[in-house]
Design a protein around this ligand. Sequence first.
Ligand SMILES: Nc1ncnc2c1ncn2[C@@H]1O[C@H](COP(=O)(O)OP(=O)(O)O)[C@@H](O)[C@H]1O
Ligand SMILES: [Mg+2]
Length: 365
Amino acid sequence: MTEEKKQNYYIGLMSGTSLDGIDAALCEIDAEGCTLVGGLTYPMPSGLRKRIVGMITAGEGSLHEIGMLDREIGMIFARAANALLEKLGVFREEVRAIGSHGQTLWHAPEGTVPMTMQLGDPSTIAALTGITTVADFRRKDIALGGQGAPLVPAFHRFVFGLLDEKSAVVNIGGIANITMLGEKTIGYDTGCGNVLMDSWISRHRSLPYDGDGAWAREGKVDDALLERMLDDPYFALPFPKSTGREYFNPAWLDGYLDGLEIVPADVQATLLELTARTIADEALRHDAARLVLCGGGARNGALVARIAALTPARVETSGEHGVSIDFMEAMAFAWLAYKRLRNEKIALSSVTGAREDTILGGVYE
Ligand SMILES: Nc1ncnc2c1ncn2[C@@H]1O[C@H](COP(=O)(O)OP(=O)(O)O)[C@@H](O)[C@H]1O
Ligand SMILES: [Mg+2]
């Protein structure tokens, strides 16, 4: 490997609403492209996960608890980066920077004081890895009147270009988002991805997720519940829009289940249908001819089959286009770090509704 190549190494760190683990991706990046050298998912320790979910569910926490979580998430993110370097046999000196998303605790881009909060102290990451860390990617966009989310559409545009007319990228994490790769990039959160299915199977079967949608396949869609949920105001909101676990959570589901007698497997089938329908509806709205799926939900065969059945679009995975299904989002944060160190603006105002495109992120040496 040449010295020049080593200078192009960046690590992206991402943990999304699923809270399944920290995705760490080592990427080689230049103006032409972003290549995944290697990645790993560092499991989120269950105690930490419980505290984060508990705080989001309660919508509150003590100042001390928030401060501790910030540092502890920083430590676990650093551990993920260090484990990746060890796995790949790469030295920290070879990495220009880490781009860390942090863990979203609260995302409220609407209201009198729009805000978004990601924890995972970047100074801690920089100190424990010895690598310059770029973080806080969302708040400048919020400060400029934008949603602060989703950010991945800019990266989808960078790696896929236009692909061809009428192509969309759909990232199915805890929350799902769609990117239309038209002349002007459009992107927004379609609503729930896996988060409701995950919490339902966790409640009834103590499993973290419904592998390949096997449990959902055993049930049958309950039309009354589906219609109720589809009437939720989020789905009717015009874009730009973004959401999170503070909205799509077990309490949201319980509200719609109220007064209905449905066996658990049928609820799971209905939740899978809800995710498929709300994604397919947005693809239809933009007349998408091709859907490129990524994120953990792209590994749910039952979900992918329902999306394919509900839209005339060709349904593919990002893997078929040479971009990892599992590490796409972490790669995006490696690329955002690269862009920040070059002081380059990210073209996202057409996605988030911010007043202007801007430089995103803060640098922690
Ligand atoms: N084999 C699979 N079958 C079904 N669902 C899966 C599978 N693998 C991953 N998932 C889903 O993907 C989620 C993780 O997706 P991810 O893209 O990491 O989301 P996030 O960005 O919210 O962390 C898991 O919680 C699970 O719901
Ligand atoms: Mg994840």
